[in-house]
Design a protein around this ligand. Structure first.
Ligand SMILES: *[C@@H]1O[C@H](CO)[C@@H](O)[C@H](O)[C@H]1NC(C)=O
Ligand SMILES: *[C@@H]1O[C@H](CO)[C@@H](O)[C@H](O)[C@H]1NC(C)=O
Ligand SMILES: *[C@@H]1O[C@H](CO)[C@@H](O)[C@H](O)[C@H]1NC(C)=O
Length: 227
C-alpha cells in the first residue's frame, strides 16, 4: 500500500531531471541547435514545417526554437511567419513552476509578412517564459516520452515529444556579447531580403502527418504485442 502511494506521489511531482533532452512538436522539423540558428553568421534557418522545440540540459541551461505561421485575415492566401530563438537558464521551483530566463543579447526574432513588406524584420528577442507546471510521461499512442507545459493562464503548449537525449543545443554561454559602436546598429536593424517564411509549408500535405501517426501507432502496437 505504501509502495503504491509512493509511486503516485512520485508521478505527480515534476522533477527537473525529467526535462533533460530535446523536445519537439509532432512535425519533428523544428529542433534546437545549429540547424535552427547559425550564430556565426547570425542567421535563423527556416525549417520546412512549423513547430516548437525546447532543450534542457542537466546544468540548468535551456534553448528554445519557435516557428509559427501567422494567418492573415485580410488575405488568407498570404500568411506570414515568425521564427524565434532564445537560450539561457531555467529554474524549477518547489511548487512545480518552471521559469526560463534568456540571455538577453542572444535571442533573435524573424518576422515575415510577405504581402505587406518586401523583407523580413530581423531583431533581437528577449522574453522570460513562465510555466505554471510541466509533466513528462509516456504518450500512450506514440509510446515515446512526451512533455506538456502549462502556461499561467492554464492553457497547454502543443505537446512535445523527446527527440534527443542528451539534448542537441548550441553552446550555452553568451554567443553574441553586446557589440560595441556601429556593429550593434547593423545587427539590430538588419533586414533579410527575400525571406518569405511559411511559403514552403503550403506544399506539404497535412494528411501525411495523419498517416504517419497511424503507422507509428500500429508499429507501437506490434512492438507491444511482441514484447
Ligand atoms: C526540407 O525538405 C527537403 C526536401 O524534402 C530536404 O532536402 C531538406 O533537408 C529539408 N530541410 C530541413 C531543414 O529539414
Ligand atoms: C511558484 O513559486 C514561484 C517562485 O516563488 C512563483 O514565481 C510562482 O508564481 C509560483 N507558482 C504558482 C503556481 O503559484
Ligand atoms: C530583457 O528582459 C528583461 C525582463 O523583461 C529585462 O529586465 C531586461 O532589461 C531585458 N534586457 C534587454 C537587454 O533588453
Amino acid at each position: 500500500m505504501f509502495l503504491i502511494w509512493g509511486l503516485l506521489v512520485t508521478a505527480a511531482l515534476a522533477n527537473a531531471n525529467d526535462l533533460v533532452g530535446t523536445w519537439t512538436t509532432k512535425s519533428r522539423d523544428v529542433l534546437t541547435g545549429p540547424g535552427f540558428y547559425d550564430p556565426l553568421n547570425d542567421k535563423l534557418l527556416e525549417p520546412n514545417l512549423t513547430g516548437i522545440s525546447y532543450s534542457f540540459d542537466d546544468d540548468g541551461n535551456y534553448e528554445s526554437a519557435y516557428y509559427r505561421a501567422i494567418s492573415n485575415p485580410v488575405d488568407p492566401s498570404c500568411p506570414g511567419g515568425i521564427m524565434q530563438w532564445q537560450h539561457g537558464s531555467y529554474t524549477v521551483f518547489g511548487n512545480g513552476t518552471l521559469i526560463l530566463t534568456p540571455i538577453a543579447v542572444d535571442g533573435r526574432q524573424l518576422l515575415s509578412d510577405p504581402c505587406r513588406q518586401q523583407s523580413g524584420q530581423y531583431t533581437r528577442y528577449n522574453t522570460t517564459e513562465e510555466f505554471k507546471e510541466f509533466s513528462v510521461y509516456i504518450d500512450k499512442f506514440n509510446r515515446i516520452k512526451r512533455l506538456d507545459l502549462t502556461k499561467f493562464d492554464g492553457s497547454l503548449v502543443h505537446p512535445m515529444f523527446l527527440a534527443y537525449q542528451p539534448p542537441k543545443m548550441l553552446p550555452t554561454t553568451t554567443l553574441n556579447p553586446m557589440p560595441t559602436g556601429h556593429k550593434q546598429k547593423r545587427e539590430l536593424s538588419s533586414k533579410e531580403s527575400g525571406v518569405y517564411l511559411v511559403a514552403r509549408e503550403q506544399l506539404v500535405n497535412p494528411d501525411r502527418w495523419w498517416w504517419l501517426g497511424v503507422l507509428m501507432t500500429s508499429l507501437g502496437g506490434v512492438a507491444f504485442f511482441c514484447s
